[in-house]
Design a protein around this ligand. Sequence first.
Ligand code: ZN
Ligand code: ZN
Length: 282
Amino acid sequence: MLLGSHIPTVGGVAKAIDRATGIDCTAMQIFVKNNMQWFANPFLEEEVKSFTQHPLRKKLGVVIAHAGYLINLGTENSENHEKSLRSLGEELLRCDQLDIPYLVLHPGSHLGAGVKNGIRCVVQSLNQIHAEHPKLNVRIALETTAGQGSCLGSRFEELAEILDRAKAPERLRICLDTAHVFAAGYDLSEQDGAEKVFKQFDNIIGLQQLCALHINESKAALGSRVDRHENLGQGKIGLDAFRWIMRSRTLEKIPKILETPKAKDLAEDVAAMKLLRSFKKI
Ligand SMILES: [Zn+2]
Ligand SMILES: [Zn+2]
């Protein structure tokens, strides 16, 4: 079972491995640089080595990264587009250095230009990034979003269209966030809700594209388009959906990452993982 959480990298990326394995994660997600800044100093060789050759690295079945929050591939009508491309390119290189296979990215916001224009811009930006970095193994995993503001990717159809129109779709994957899809209107809380939503995902995008799950409860209501994560058992989705996800055979090998609120000691993650593991037992 690949289960873990988003782990802070305070003190260096290698420290995240200590923290994650310290609470028995078998998977983890990290930021490969400050998520609120455009650029970072390149990794030092020792930093890369202490991560890739960390004695506990193999205890983690998979490590994925989440891209910075400033990146927006959804509109070219801003000085930030050029920066976004450079920043994303830098993050992909950093993932490659750390042997990280997936970089989770929010598709972007169209900022008023409309969904159609936004998708065109995302596709073109991804094509450009792929052309500029032909040799990298790391794949961009587009994340399902809550649809806040003009955020793209809150409908499965939008993500399917991006995959469909990209020149190198084999270099893309999808990450599904339970809180985001719920806020976007996919009702995981109703009877058999999770099963129905994943069936829809399979029909529109295809489960073979799914490379990670973000296991988050939602503080915001169904269809509210508000992105507010909550701890399991305290949100609007309810535990049945998470029980179904943990027991699903088709989702068995998909890494499951918590991005729920937590204190420095990660006690909330420990409790949530214990709960999720208990759902496996029937
Ligand atoms: Zn995200
Ligand atoms: Zn997420």
